[in-house]
Each structure stands twice: as C-alpha cells, then as structure tokens.
Design a protein around this ligand. Structure first.
Ligand SMILES: Cc1ncc(COP(=O)(O)O)c(C=O)c1O
Length: 385
C-alpha cells in the first residue's frame, strides 16, 4: 500500500500508457522468437527437464569447453568486482589467434549486440536526409530485420537463390541510400554457403560508404573456411566487419559473448556505443580458456560432420527434401512445419519451426550428440506417421 498522502492526485486511466511518446518503430516491430527453453517445455508437458533434449538453437551438444568451466569456477569468487570493460586479456589473445590487432576487435554481449551497435552507428542519429536502407537476403537471420526496423530504416530483402544469398542481386539492390548489407555465411536458418569467388567479388564491389557485415557465426564448422580477416587487418576493405561468436562451437551461448573484427576507426566508434561492462567477468574468463581448448573444438566439429551426414542419409531414405548444410543445423521439409514441431516436442525433443522465416513447411534441427540425433529422428518419424 502507498503511505497515506502519497497517492497521485490526478487519476490516470488504469494500465494505459497511451500518453507516452513511444518510438513508433516499435508498433510493428516483430519480436524475436527463440528456440523454446527446456524448462518451459518440461513445465508445459509435465515431464522432467532431464528427459527433454533441445536441438533448436544451434548450441553445442557437448556443453561448454571443460577448460572454460574450470576457469569460471576459479573466477567465481571475483564477481563482486566489475569486469575489465575493455577485456584487455581477451582482446590480446583473440588478436594473436586471429592475426589482427586488439584495436580491430569489438566485443559484444553475444554477436547479436554487434548487430545492434552497427544499427546505432549507421542508422541511428538525426541529420539523414532520407530514410536509410539495409539490404538483406530472403531467409536471413531474424535479428537483422529487427534491428533495421528498430532504427526506423527500410529493409530491402533480396530474393534468395536456392535458399542462399544471391550476392550479385544483392549488389544490384545497393543504392545511395544503403548504409548496411548483412550477409551470414554460412547462413542461418538455411545452412547455405556462398561460393568463395562470389564472396570475394561481392566484398570488392560493395561501395566504400556501405558497411558490409559478414556474419561468420558458423565459420568454425567449415573444414575449408576462407579467412577474410587480412582484408580488415591490412585495411584493404575498411567498410568490412566480420562477426564471430563463442555461442556455437565453444558452447558458451548462455554467457553471451561474441565479437566483431573491423577497421580500427570504425571499432573506436562502436566502442562509444558499447555499455561499459557489456561482457561479464565469467564470459571473459570462459572465452579466454575456451580459446585454448582445441580438443573440445575438434570433437565438436567432428561430431557435427557426422551428425549432418546422419540426417542427410535419413532424409534421403525418408524422401524428405533438405538443404545441404555448412553449419551445425539442417533444414528439412516436413509438410506442416508447426504441426510436426509440436508432435516432435510432445516426445520431448525441441526443434525449431520455421514459420517466422517464411518457411512454414520446414523445421530446423540443430545437430546433437549421436544419441540425441537418433532420438530426434525417431520422434520425427513418429510425427510424420
Ligand atoms: C547468423 C547468426 N548471427 C548471429 C547470431 C547470434 O549469436 P550470439 O548473439 O549468440 O553470439 C546467431 C545465433 O543464432 C546467428 O545464427
């Protein structure tokens, strides 16, 4: 209860905030729909959480790197102190590993935060004479359109080619109003990979005044990645930023840590946008240790190749259309994706329906351990009956 005399004297219509001048861009802003958490599904189905598996958010099925876990345990007692906002040691180590300078690195609370930084840097702020454009591909990662709309910019969606990026068409879609182009390679949710020569041509031809975000969240799952970092390090393409994450191969999605590799002057601009302590102490500690855990990375990558093969073979046998994937998930056409997703979920396996990505006939399955993959396939077969 309010103490006597504290009640507002002017009554406000209950629960109405219509007088607030809320950013109109929020009216039609889609809400990101993440993979469903295990605990939520357990509550809904009345099942123990331990009996449910999640193959819905492209996480590492082997868990975090054991080296990262041990390092975090040691660091726990220090969480009364603010972390190093500049993540000195992590930047040093990452820079040495990548062959770039610490000044090339911007760290984010997940690489999602870097996407938002790009929005602040290029789409926010007044003074623009025309509403800026952002160019993406059809079936792009859902956060690009969300950030674009959040900043009131125009989203230019270029039709996909064979479910992947049509880079020459994306180049044609760039106009003097374009500020950012997003390309995820490999792409989420389709798992497609753009051909090497097309990528190089694209990078060369994107105009200097357009930021090209090459989102490489899944690069660690490739056996022959193209290393674009020299283009940034040698300042050959100052309008290029590469985005990477510790969420996938390093198994640290719950800690939220990702990074961008960009031109030092652009990175310095992004540093002004970053909250002072956006990377918590445990995230920094775990990432530092995970970078040393070559065995965990090797095991994860190897399991992923085997898991992709397992599902591809199974889908061929079931005569289900699928998109060959270069990432740690695979898209398969099952008919009514939402219904099949629900039927699989009832059996304690969480996958991802693709209706939000305009692929309502498809589901996306993240690669799990061999046992998880078997269980998911059995659940899919039951659901299809
Ligand atoms: C293409 C792509 N980019 C970025 C991210 C964001 O990763 P995080 O914010 O966990 O680093 C994801 C996550 O699923 C992704 O698929």
């Amino acid at each position: 209860m309010w103490p006597k005399g504290w009640l507002p004297t002017r009554a406000c219509p209950a629960k109405s905030n219509k007088h607030l001048k809320i950013n109109p861009a929020l009216n039609d802003l889609p809400v990101y729909q993440p993979g469903r958490p295990i605990e939520e599904v357990a509550r809904e189905l009345g099942l123990p959480a331990a009996g449910i598996i999640k193959l819905a958010s492209n996480e590492n099925p082997f868990g975090p790197s054991p080296l990262a876990l041990a390092a975090m345990q040691k660091a726990l007692a220090g969480v009364n102190l603010y972390p190093d906002g500049n993540a000195f040691y992590l930047k040093q180590k990452l820079a040495a590993k990548l062959g770039v300078e610490p000044a090339n690195l911007i760290l984010g609370n997940g690489s999602n935060e870097i996407i938002e930084f790009a929005g602040h840097a290029l789409l926010g702020g007044g003074g623009a004479t025309a509403i800026p454009d952002v160019v993406v591909s059809q079936y792009c990662f859902a956060v690009y359109p969300i950030v674009t709309k959040l900043f009131g910019a125009n989203l230019i969606t270029v039709p996909a080619k064979n479910y992947g990026h049509d880079l020459p068409a994306m180049l044609k879609a760039i106009t003097p109003r374009t500020r950012i182009v997003f390309v995820a390679n490999p792409n989420n949710p389709t798992g497609t990979r753009a051909p090497r020569e097309e990528v190089i041509r694209f990078i060369n031809e994107v105009p200097d005044d357009v930021l090209l975000v090459m989102d490489e969240a899944y690069i660690d799952f490739l056996n022959d990645p193209v290393d674009l970092s020299p283009l940034v390090h040698q300042n050959i393409r100052p309008n290029l930023i590469l985005m990477r994450t510790f969420s996938k191969i390093y198994g640290l999605a719950g800690l939220r840590i990702g990074y961008g590799i960009g031109n030092p002057a652009f990175v310095a601009a992004l540093e002004k946008i970053r909250q002072p302590f956006n990377l918590n102490l445990l995230a920094q500690t775990a990432a530092l240790a995970a970078l040393d855990d070559a065995e965990h990375v090797r095991k994860t990558r190897q399991n992923n190749f085997a898991g992709l093969e397992f599902f591809e073979r199974a889908f061929r046998d079931l005569k289900l259309e699928f998109i060959p994937s270069a990432a740690n998930f695979i898209l398969v056409r099952v008919g009514n994706g939402q219904k099949i997703f629900e039927a699989i979920q009832k059996q304690g396996v969480i996958v991802r329906p693709m209706g939000d990505y305009q692929l309502p006939e498809w589901i996306r399955i993240s690669i799990g351990t061999p046992q998880e993959n078997e269980r998911c396939l059995a659940a899919l077969k039951t659901a299809l009956k």
